[in-house]
Design a protein around this ligand. Structure first.
Ligand code: PLP
Length: 372
């Protein structure tokens, strides 16, 4: 007898699972090699914040207990750091989970969420899971978010606007002035989500800072950030949101009671205080970006100057093939085919020797190998 499972709703049937960057171990197993480098998931190549590691070790003896479901210590630290009320903070199992809360709480079938195209892929997937309509507004020609285009795309069904700033995968950022101008014009009844996963890497002095807009007089704003990138805690899964109390209360209704683990909470509290590690990370990323830019300039490749820890580079019609060739040589980067930009690659900044390895392999493909 065959087992019959219930029919999937069409929106789930049509959903493509998110394809993360290939793990190093998987590639090494497949190729039978060692020493592969991964520059594909915008991780922190320095490892985790050392203060966070100590804090996690400290709490491991207590993991027979459930974590504090209210995340008191971390939320209290966040409230003090950003000058907001405790009730205006919320934790997520990675900031991915905050996107899930937003969609679960605010998007019903037929309702709409907007984002720039391309931007982080999880918005569209989680809106689709909620049965919502995901609408996209192409980036400007200079790869910045088209704020006016986003405003023009708002309809009476729109509930959420995701502003991924700085943008993944473009690496560009809106200025504070442009963001204020945008927020001033958002129609009422729409919640604006400022996804600032990469804000710690921004070097532009005028880059918008979501915390400046939490008290916008007209438009409700949620700022989401993560410990996955600058704090090096991607494997712990911890992110947070700051926003109006009413929104945070809605998140509490739709979240699991113990959504973030004890070690993750402890790590994040310690990472918030690890200013030395943050500075070291920023320096490494900025130096790495300039090394990558130099390589692209030498090869005559177009790239988008970045406010993040990755850079988007245009290889041309052979980009997917070049990504495959790099993979064969043990260098994992991200093809942008799944972002509808098949001629581009996204390179995360690694350690200097990892960046160098990528640079050498790319140059070898360009000159000696199959060519770019
Ligand atoms: C723009 C953006 N937002 C959110 C996330 C989710 O990060 P996490 O769930 O690790 O906090 C990512 C991860 O790459 C991202 O690029």
């Amino acid at each position: 007898m065959t087992i019959k499972t219930p029919a999937l709703p069409p929106e789930i049937q049509n959903l493509e699972p998110y394809k993360p960057g290939k793990p190093i171990e998987e590639l090494e197993r497949e190729l039978g090699i060692r020493g592969a480098v991964k520059l594909a998931s915008n991780e922190n190549p320095l490892g985790p914040s050392p203060k966070a590691v100590l804090a996690m070790q400290e709490v491991l003896k207590d993991v027979h207990r459930y974590p504090d479901g209210a995340g008191f210590e971390l939320r209290d630290a966040l409230a003090r750091r950003f000058g907001v009320k405790f009730e205006e903070t919320c934790l997520g199992n990675g900031s991915d989970e905050i996107i899930e809360f937003l969609c679960r709480a605010y998007v019903r079938p037929g309702q709409k969420a907007l984002a720039a195209a391309p931007s982080f892929l999880m918005y569209s997937k989680l809106v689709q899971v909620a049965g919502g309509v995901f609408a996209e507004v192409p980036l400007n020609r200079d790869f910045t978010i088209d704020a006016q285009g986003m405003l023009d795309a708002v309809t009476s069904d729109t509930r959420l606007i995701f502003m991924n700033n700085p943008n993944n995968p473009a690496g560009t950022a809106l200025t504070g002035e442009a963001m204020r101008d945008f927020l001033d014009q958002v129609p009422s009844g729409v919640l604006v989500v400022l996804d600032e996963a990469y804000i710690d890497f921004a070097s532009a002095k005028d880059c918008a800072n979501g915390c400046d807009f939490l008290n916008h007089p007209k438009t409700p704003v949620v700022v989401m950030r993560t410990f996955s990138k600058s704090a090096g805690l991607a494997g712990m899964r911890i992110g947070y949101a700051l926003g109006p109390e009413e929104v945070i209360r809605a998140f509490d209704r739709v979240r699991q009671p113990f959504n973030t683990s004890l070690p993750a909470q402890a790590a994040a509290v310690a990472a918030l205080e690890d200013k030395e590690f943050l500075q070291k990370t920023r320096n490494l990323v900025h130096q790495g970006l300039s090394d990558l830019y130099r390589c692209f300039d030498e090869l005559g490749l177009f790239y988008v100057p970045s406010q993040t820890n990755f850079v988007l580079v245009k290889i041309g019609p052979k980009a997917v093939q070049v990504a495959g060739e790099l993979l064969k040589r043990g260098v994992i980067i991200r093809s942008m085919a799944s972002y509808d930009m098949p001629e581009f690659l996204r390179i995360s900044v690694g350690l200097p020797e990892e960046n160098q390895r990528f640079i050498e392999e790319l140059k070898s493909i360009a000159t000696g190998g199959p060519g770019l």
